[in-house]
Design a protein around this ligand. Structure first.
Ligand SMILES: [Zn+2]
Length: 121
């Protein structure tokens, strides 16, 4: 095989490989999306099944139904707790008044000496 032939073949291989990889990536993306949709459908079916089972309380599923009922209550309580936390607002701390240790006069913020008796604040 001449050098030119080998180079041309190399380019051809690279192009085939690029095409293969692009095609594969496309198929992978499409199938990933399909798998995701099927999994979502499965989840919905399981949820619907569970909800129906909870309504019917079939024999043998009592324990699971009770467990789900307990979790439902926990979720509701935790959600309420969360809403309470969400509703919390920052409370500015009240500046407590200072009084002269000697004569009891109320001292303004930042005052170094009592205005009445001159005692160091
Ligand atoms: Zn004073």
């Amino acid at each position: 095989m001449s050098l030119l032939n080998r180079l041309t073949k190399g380019v051809g291989d690279a192009a085939d490989r690029a095409k293969f990889e692009a095609d594969k990536a496309l198929r992978v993306r499409k199938m990933t999306s399909e798998v995701g949709k099927l999994e979502a459908d499965l989840q919905r079916a399981i949820v619907a099944l569970g909800e129906r089972a909870m309504e019917l309380r079939p024999e043998g599923l009592e324990e699971l139904v009770d467990q789900a009922d307990g979790l439902k209550l926990q979720v509701a309580a935790k959600r309420e707790e969360l809403n309470t936390v969400k509703a919390e607002e920052f409370v500015e701390p009240e500046v407590s008044a200072k009084f002269c240790a000697s004569c009891g006069t109320e001292l303004e913020e930042g005052t170094k000496f009592c205005p009445s008796c001159g005692t160091k604040a």
